[in-house]
Design a protein around this ligand. Sequence first.
Ligand code: CA
Length: 708
Amino acid sequence: MTTRHWIAAVTVMAFAAGNCANATAAQSAPATSGVTDAMIAAGVGDEWLSYGGGYDEQRFSPLNQVSDQNIGKLGLAWFADIDTARGQEGTPLMHDGTLYVSTAWSMVKAYDAKTGALKWSFDPKVPRETLIRVCCDAVNRGIALYDDKVYVGALDGRLIAIDTKTGREVWSKMTVPDQENYAITGAPRIARGKVLIGSAGSEYRARGFISAYDAQTGDRVWRFYTVPGNPRDGFENDAMARAAKTWQGQWWDFGGGGTVWDSITYDPETNLVYFGTGNAEPWNPDTHGRGSGDALYTSSIVAVNADTGAYAWHFQETPEDRWDYDSDSQITVADIEVKGSRRHVVMHAPKNGFFYVLDAKTGEFLSGRPFATVTWADGLDPRTGRPNIRPEARYEKTGEVYLGRPGYYGAHTWHPMSFSPKTGLMYIPANNTVQPYLADKDFKGSDIGAQLGIDSGAVSLPADTRVRADAMADTTGHLLAWDPVAQKEVWRVEHPGPSNGGTLSTAGNLVFQGTAGGEFRAYAADSGKQLWSFPAQTGIIAAPISYAIDGKQYIAILAGWGGLWDIYPGLLAGKSGPMRNLSRLLVFTLGADGALPPPPPMKDRVLDPPAFTGTTEQVARGLALYAQYCLGCHGDAAIAGVLNPDLRHSGAIASSDALKAIVLDGALRHKGMVSFKSAVTPADAEAIRQYLIKRANEDKALEMAAQK
Ligand code: CA
């Protein structure tokens, strides 16, 4: 743990940067072979019918044909190449012999689950410009099945119902109020004839909500906002009026955030829908005087009635969130022992680093412990679960750099965890990341890009080998087996970097996980001993499922590196090893011996930038602009991952006109790079170019020094 160099460096840089800137749709019993509420409620068996397995989101398969005794015979049964080369986060579903999967760009495909034969493919044709309002790649995490339809939330905000047999669109609804600030990446869920969906957008000007649509007609049945709107417009309900008392300033100018971008869990036992909410917007609470109120109901778990959307309870995990500690990680329901008695609980391991157990019916705090290194709070109040926030973590008050653990990426984020009732353990794809936070004192919002209110440029990773080594050493991941009853770690498997895949646990005493480094692995669920591995040729971030057909058990996983950890963290993105995206659906069974074709050779790129001819002022201005408008897609310190262009290598930086054609005139709009004319002047574009040339030359010098 050597953060000393990093702290020193970012502090110096911060100073140096200075001012630079249905009601109840009946449970119709369809005459078709379609999916019903009762089938989802029955949980995982031979089929996998809902994103989290059953309604409980435990992701546990009772199948045990593949076990810790015979896992060595597990081999590739079939694979399918996916026609999009971006991050693949989708969990497949299997019903009636068909494997359904959503891929990047919100496409949906149906395969014969036994043979891999493609039955149909659906492309919602999401405009590529949508990327500009998506923090974290053109990903899609999954679909829902109900009756004879499959449902997907498209990146541009549409909820689309598709015929399971033909792959044709049945209905489509635009679910978001405007297309500048909202996107959908999460999986819809089913509850009593309704399709539930939220949206992403808390880094933009979004007001979070969750909506329910009639599964047959697509009519909206209810909507619950997660944060209050402008009081002048009146509040939708008492929950909003109460929440408004926890906000200050003109919070509604930035929407407020609290978006429901991943976790939605329907619980038939309580008839409640539990969902997680994202950060308050902007991150820096000083912006527009949002202040350090709790900002309800951001970074919380909220429960509403499944039929009406009426508020039932909330539990705020991160009051006054200024660290991007979204509570959107998956919410798992189970009956476990709490202080000697059986309780029906929700379990949660959000970005903020604490593992929570709450009463499912009331939201009562039952227990909470850190499952990761936590520097923003000194534990939780044992009665209420409220964190004791450390003063230095309120970076907008101190004006200093605060090095936060977890960082914005979170100790655990959307990557699904699994709970085995057999071992009683939760298997969490956990991260160790660090993020320097510094308030941008002169922040002014704009109409394009993320609105964070923090000075990302001042704290970006410098071209200093010691600092870089520290940062790399501080950035790891692990598979964590956590006992939610005792609230303690049982075992862990270390990974070189963060953003490893979601997990599946099975009755065969197995836990499956793909790694960011490109392996698909199985571990003994009780001990963590690695038992099996398959070279996937690409990083895996999605979660596997299991199903059985004709008495044969299969394991399926979508492989394909990408997501936030490729595009935002710059150099740190490569911590797990060489990255590439080879998107494929991989399906395994005992005794199979399929093989993947040899992978194409990795490209080794050498920096060859033009000579730097700019001024110090241009570089400072360019850094600030880059951090505000470019970093979110092209990487910290202008070091990109593999999905988006690395601008240090771009031919466009050699020509002022070429760069302006892209940045101002939108020459690459069709690839998602829209015009930034509304926020960036020609002089600004030139400043960005000079900053990029400077950065490329700095890194070229480091490369040459390393070769000596
Ligand atoms: Ca967020």
